[in-house]
Ligand binder design. Structure first.
Ligand code: ITT
Length: 195
């Protein structure tokens, strides 16, 4: 199965390929107009991006809307993760806001909402979460976005920031890994029932 991936974030493309190609799903990029993300939830924004891309290309399209929710900030930056402070200052902004917050109140989680829209309007949705804590400083060189300040509490990545974890360790517990594996199972079922 081949799907257009509706994203302008090259790191997401890399993660989609890493996670989906072993499951038999190929994603290809296309020049797609970036729609305004007016949704109030990750799921709404994922649908907006996938629908716009499917309408524009006439092909099945899949999108991810994701973000970091910090407990001590009432869930911020959440759906505004990509627009929280200026480029290059987002992690520093979170670290500064948590400067006086003790270890036990530094909890946070990532969410990834996946939506795939087909030209006939059918939509398949999946969502994944992963839990951890906000570090006191940036750690690690891998990954992207908030990865260097997110210390995982789960599985193979436990105790490491997502930027210290290997790609395989991150994917095994990450919000996007979980959402994409759920999506792959739903897609397989949808295609089987269509036959
Ligand atoms: P598209 O909308 O084009 O897909 P985007 O980067 O703008 O790209 P989002 O609107 O979904 O995507 O914003 C998600 C932001 O949340 C992203 O830019 C990162 O800052 C952060 N984020 C999401 N997943 C992440 C991950 O796995 N590791 C680190 N940061 C992540």
């Amino acid at each position: 199965m081949k799907l257009i991936i509706a994203t302008h974030n090259a790191h997401k493309v890399e993660e989609f390929r890493r996670i989906l190609s072993p499951l038999g799903i190929e994603v290809t990029t296309a020049q797609i107009t970036e729609p305004e993300e007016t949704g109030k939830t990750f799921a709404e924004n994922a649908y907006i991006k996938a629908k716009a891309a499917s309408d524009e290309t006439g092909l099945p399209a899949v999108a991810d809307d994701s973000g970091l929710s910090v407990d001590a900030l009432g869930g911020e930056p959440g759906v505004y993760s990509a627009r929280y402070a200026e480029v290059g200052k987002r992690r520093a902004t979170v670290l500064a806001k948590l400067a006086d917050v003790p270890e036990e109140r530094r909890g946070a989680h990532f969410t990834s909402a996946i939506c795939c829209v087909f030209p006939d309007g059918t939509a398949i949705n999946a969502e994944g979460h992963t839990y951890g804590k906000i570090a006191h400083e940036n750690r690690g060189e891998n990954g992207f976005g908030y990865d260097p300040i997110f210390v995982s509490e789960e599985g193979a990545a436990k105790g490491k920031t997502f930027a210290e974890a290997t790609a395989q360790e991150k994917d095994s517990v990450s919000h996007r890994g979980r959402a994409l594996r759920e999506f792959a199972a739903k897609l397989e079922e949808y295609l089987r029932n269509k036959e």
